[in-house]
Structure formats: C-alpha cells, structure tokens
Design a protein around this ligand. Structure first.
Ligand code: IVH
Length: 669
C-alpha cells in the first residue's frame, strides 16, 4: 500500500469515483456496499488528517457540505429557454413543416427523447472538474446550488475525459419509489407531502443543507452540451459523448421519419407508468447541430425542438359517496369516495371535488360514473361525469347545511367559494388543530399522532390545545395501545415542547395564513403575541415579505384570537409556552435594523454567510438580488452587476471598511 498520504488520497479518490460510476451510472457495481463504505471511511480519515490535500472532486464531497443561508444568484452564459409545448399530433406535423420550409432541399432527421418531469439544472465544468451548478431560475439567472448538486450521484464531479471546458444542461429528478418513500416519511413526522416528484426534486435542490439533499436520492439526466472546441455535428453524437463523459442521458432514439416519432410516442404513452420515473411527454429535436443553429430561436424557445406532451392520466369509476372533510380552520371540503380504480401506478379510492360550486357546475351526483384525473396534485380530482351512465333514480346533490362533525350550521363564503363550520369547539376542527400543533415543524410532540389525538378528543380528555398540558399519566395510560411507558414518554415530549421558541408556538396555533416562514417573520418583527395582535394593517404590511393580501387577512383574523383567549391564557401562564421571543433572539437596534441588504463581491474579513448572519443578528435581512426593496448593498472586491444595479436604483452602498465600521458601531466587530 502507498504510504504517502497525497498518493493514497489520489488513489482512493480515483478508486471510489470509479465504483461510484459503476454503481450509480452503469448500475453494475463490482464491490459490495460495505467495501465501498470502508474505502470511503479511509478517505475521510485521511482527508481529516490532511485537510490541505482534500480535492474538489473527492468522493467525500458527495456526502454534503456546510449549510448555506442563501444561494448566490448567477447569470446564465446563454439563457435557459423552454420548449414549445403541444398535446396534438397536428402541431407536430406543423412543426415538421416549418422546419423543412426553413431548410429547403435539406434532409431533416430527428432525435426522439423522453421528457423527464423534473427541474432543469446547468452544470459548468472547467478542466473536466465540476465548478458550478445553477438552477434555471427565471431563465436568465438562477441560484447557485453547487454544494447540493455535488451530492447527486449521477452528476460527475470530474468528467471521464480530461481537459474539457463545457456547460452541460439536464434534468434533476426523483424516482417515483423514492418520492413515495419521502412522502411516507413526511407523513409520519407531520410534514406536508410534496405534490409530485417534480416538486420534491425542486424542493430538495433548494434545501440549505447539502447533508439533507444527499439523503433525497436525486438523479440527473443530461440532454445538452456546449463545449469549447466540441467536434460533435449531431445531437445524437452529443448524447453519446455525454455517456462517455460519465453522465446518464434520457432514453432516446434517432428517427429518420416522423412516423417513427409517433410510434415511439404511442409506445411510451401506453407504458410510461412502468418507468421508474415520471415523464410528461417526449421531446423531438432536429439532429443536425448546424441545422439547429440556422433554425435559431424565438424569444422563448428553440425552433429546432418541441415537446409533445402526454395527456394527464385518467380513469373512470363509480362515485359511491361524498364525504365532507373539516379542516383545522373550519373549511369544509367535499371528497369523492370512489369504487377503487387503478390510476398511474396507485389505487385511487378518494378524489378531490374542490367545493360546492364545482359539484353544482358539473352536476356531479352520487351513483354517477365519473372521470378522474391525476394532474400535478397529490390527490386526483374528479373532472367530469358520464351522464349516459346515470341511474334513472339519480337525484342532484344538495350540499349539507350542517357540519358532519359537530352538527353546527355551515356558512358559505361566496367570495372564496368556501363552506365553513364556524364552531371553534367542533371536534373535527379540534382534531386537525391538535395534529397541526403537535407536528414536527410546529411543537414537535413525539407520540401525539392522529390515532392518539382521535382518542383524546373522543374521550373528552382534550377540549382545547391547553388541555394537552394538563394530561395525567393515568388517563393517558388507559388509552388504547398506550402503556404507562408510552404515556410517560408523551408527557415528557409535551414538557419538552414548552421550550419551543415563540415562532414555533405562533405557527402551531394554526392561524390562517401563518405558515412556518410567516410565523418566523412575524415573531422577529413583533416580538410577542400581544404586540402582534395590537398591530395595524399598515404595520403588518410593512413587515418584510408580508403582502397586502395576507396583511389584511391577518388583521381580520387576529381579533378572533381573543376568542381563544382562555386557551391562550392557559397556554401562556399555566403551560408556560413561549409567547415572546427570548431576549437574545431579539435583535438590538442598529444601523441594520429592518434593512434589506444584498452582499456582493468578495469580502476579505468575512465569508458572505458570516456577513449575512451578522446583519441578521443586528435585525436586518439579506436577499440575493438587488431590487427596489433593497436598502443596502455591501460591496466587496470585484462587485459587478449588482453594484451597477444598486447605483442605478440609488441604493446605499457600503464598501467593506464602511461595513466593518457599522459592525463596530453595533459592537459585533
Ligand atoms: S431540451 C431549450 N430535453 O423540459 C430547452 N428538455 O420546457 C431545451 N426537459 O426546461 C430543453 N426532459 O427542463 C430537453 N429530454 C429533454 C428534457 C427536457 C425534460 C425539460 C427541461 C426544459 C423543459 C421544456
């Protein structure tokens, strides 16, 4: 074995990279997972002992790096466009005619590719090394998420051919089984599910902690290269090159005639649910790169390619019943109970019916044969009725005027098309409120899941949130499937939850429009629930990231809080939850208080994250791009377009010395 650490690190890195490629790209590993982990641990230990020898393409980088607080914005070398979309065969004929008319007397061939339902990502390689990964963003500029991209096994940290300078674009996606597993985990911890694999891929890529991204099993298909001195003349050659460099590409096929494209489209339309990942259509691309270039672009998309999309998955089944579901804010939503039917890989027994108006408009009746569709949402929806199959004795559906849970009256909010139960003591609402209160992002009370909540409400042990904190071990231990030990664990978890900071408590109360982020913003801005309830619409609206609509709605719902007064009083005084931010959380008044700052260029004394953390500690906020909401630009060395934009907008600019002077003034430098 080589003893020189530099050589040993290089050899181990190369060996692990090769196994990584074999496992993730070729799906043909030649060593066991255990052996791989052993080699990786060796490399990690060596790198820890010799940090200076750590290489940027080290396989240990895949495990995740340090969390960031914000992603820098980066401009794309050429805009990331989108594709012209269509669902119709006629549009494909028209596309083909336009292409041929623009290239008279030339033979035109196409490449057929699967259209992966994920999110676009641009990768920059310098001297074959991955140096930057940027999301599509608005097409002109996106977020730099290199540390997150490094955790994706099918993104090579180093291309398998030396000396390449190029940009590669492709799609980050999540396989359907990983998506299902992630949502199951989220359900178990009380986090809201992602609607589809695309959203979960997008959400995962934006996580601030690469260690968490590494656990999301993201993957990457490459579909485009722009290489310095690249000698490919056809898109099909580019795909082959991408494969040689160590990337995976979407399933594709060279098509000499349009008829081949249609045959493949029909094949995938019929079999796509058997693929391990979701595709939402196919892409048809002119194969010759020279022809692509001459066809050029419209403002939004290349004229040499189009997306031919699949219709949404649909199925027909019987509507057995309509159930009303009562949410935690009292909104009542109708849910279709269906004769179970297979759709896109799962069995569907329930579907969304939106609201009373929708049922009326579509004249949906119990007993009808309905058409259901799986679009971009978690739950499929009923999109229509087949009246020809309607039973003779069918009657129109009349929306109940009583709450299914508390039997109280239901009211209609015509503007929002929502039906509500306004009884705050309604057991169904209480159950939902308790589930929300206990959920992971709220008070994080382990052991207080839906089954326990249901029993607590049913047995009358809990009539409001504050009763949770008066539960005794004997009463809890008497619940079904709850021994004395679990009862004690739950009481301990309740006790621990009293330490949750004010913003969590605020979120946990389940006030309409107050999600986890808004709760954090409001907690910082107002400091206590009393101050928040006393705020005017203007004050609410002046809060960063609270728009006029939320401000008005909050203002309207906050006075309702005193109705909860007794509960709040008990939560605050008896259970001793945190109803204001702790002294050290409160930012001291400073030059940065309530200012929105952007940091650009290189600071010599601080990293951007450190500078941002200091500004936030002093009551300011940082964002990544300059806009008319920016109060302040901190400009380090080599500040570029952001400085120019800030100057054009008349935004105050601090160079590093002035920034440090202000930090000193505030006593943090
Ligand atoms: S080519 C000019 N090929 O679909 C854009 N795109 O609107 C060139 N996509 O933003 C894109 N699979 O994120 C291309 N095989 C594929 C694709 C693909 C998925 C996405 C891509 C693009 C969107 C089209």
């Amino acid at each position: 074995m080589t003893q020189d650490p530099a050589q040993r690190i290089a050899a181990l890195s190369a060996e692990l990279s090769e196994h990584f490629h074999r496992y993730h790209v070729l799906a043909a590993p030649t060593i066991s997972d255990q052996e791989f982990d052993r080699l990786l641990a060796q490399l990690q230990a060596l790198e820890e002992a010799h940090p200076a020898l750590k290489r940027p393409d080290s396989p240990t980088q895949r495990v995740g790096g340090t969390p960031t607080s914000d992603f820098p914005t980066v401009r794309h070398a050429q805009p990331m466009l989108s594709l012209d979309n269509s669902y119709s065969r006629q549009d494909v004929f028209d596309f083909d005619r336009r292409v041929r008319q623009s290239l008279p007397d030339e033979a035109v061939e196409y490449v057929f590719e699967l259209k992966i339902d994920g999110v676009a990502l641009s990768l920059l390689y310098q001297d074959s090394l991955l140096v930057r990964a940027v999301t599509r963003g608005d097409g002109v500029q996106g977020d730099e998420i290199t540390a997150n991209a490094r955790t994706i096994p099918t993104i090579p940290l180093r291309l398998r051919q030396p000396g390449i300078n190029c940009e590669i674009r492709g799609e980050v996606y999540m396989e359907s089984c990983d998506f299902a597993q992630l949502n199951a985990q989220r359900a178990a911890t009380g986090e809201p599910p992602f609607a589809n694999p695309r959203n979960s891929a997008a959400g995962s890529l934006k996580l601030q902690n690469p260690n968490l991204v590494a656990k999301r099993n993201l993957r990457f298909f490459a579909y485009w290269i722009h290489a310095e001195g690249g000698d490919q003349t056809r898109h099909s050659e580019c795909l082959a090159t991408l494969g040689d460099w160590g990337l995976t590409v979407p399933e594709n096929k060279h098509c000499a005639a349009l008829a081949d494209v249609f045959a493949l489209y029909d094949h995938y339309a019929a079999t796509r649910s058997a693929l391990p990942y979701e595709i939402d259509g196919v892409v048809i691309k002119v194969d010759s790169l020279s022809q692509q270039e001459r066809l050029g672009y419209t403002a939004k998309s290349p004229r040499s390619a189009m997306a031919y999309k699949f219709p949404a998955y649909q199925a027909r089944t019987r509507l057995l019943d309509i159930h009303l579901q009562v949410g935690r804010t009292g909104a009542v939503t109708p849910v279709a109970v269906l004769k179970p039917v297979p759709l896109a890989g799962s069995t569907i027994a329930r579907a969304s019916l939106h609201n009373a108006d929708e049922i009326g408009r579509k004249d949906i009746r119990i007993g009808d044969t309905v058409l259901i569709e799986k679009g971009g949402d978690v739950i499929p929806k009923v999109v229509g009725v087949d009246p020809s199959e309607r039973p003779d004795d069918s009657v129109g559906y009349s929306f109940p005027d009583q709450c299914p849970s508390c039997k109280g009256p239901l009211t209609r909010d015509a503007e929002e098309a929502v039906t509500r139960c306004d009884n705050p003591a309604c057991p169904a609402q209480l159950r939902r409120r308790l589930e929300h209160f206990a959920s992971r992002n709220a008070m994080d009370i382990e052991g207080l899941g839906p089954a326990v909540v249901e029993q607590l409400v049913e047995k009358g042990l809990v009539k409001d949130l504050s009763d949770l904190y008066e539960l005794k071990v004997e009463a809890l231990g008497a619940l079904e499937r709850m021994g004395e030990k679990s009862a004690q664990n739950l009481l301990d978890a309740l006790d621990r939850s009293k330490e949750q900071p004010f913003d969590r408590v605020l979120f946990a109360l389940g006030i309409r429009h107050v999600g986890a982020t808004v709760a954090r913003t409001l907690a910082q801005a107002f400091g206590s629930l009393d101050a928040l309830c006393a705020a005017s619409v203007k004050e609410l609206e002046a809060t960063h990231e609270i728009g006029p609509t939320i401000a008005r709605s909050l203002y309207a719902s906050l006075p309702a809080l005193p109705a909860l007064d007794r509960v709040l009083y008990k939560l605050e005084n008896k259970a001793a939850l945190q109803f204001e931010i702790e002294a050290e959380e409160a930012a001291p008044a400073s030059y940065f208080s309530s200012k929105t700052a952007v940091i650009t260029g290189t600071l010599s004394n601080y990293s951007r994250d450190e500078a941002a953390a200091l500004i936030e500690r002093l009551g300011g906020k940082t964002t990544s791009s300059v806009s008319n909401k920016t109060d302040l630009l901190i400009a380090g060395e080599k500040a570029g377009s952001k400085l120019a934009k800030a100057q054009a907008l008349g935004v105050a600019v601090l160079d590093e010395a002035a920034f440090i002077a202000q930090l000193k003034e505030a006593g943090v430098a």
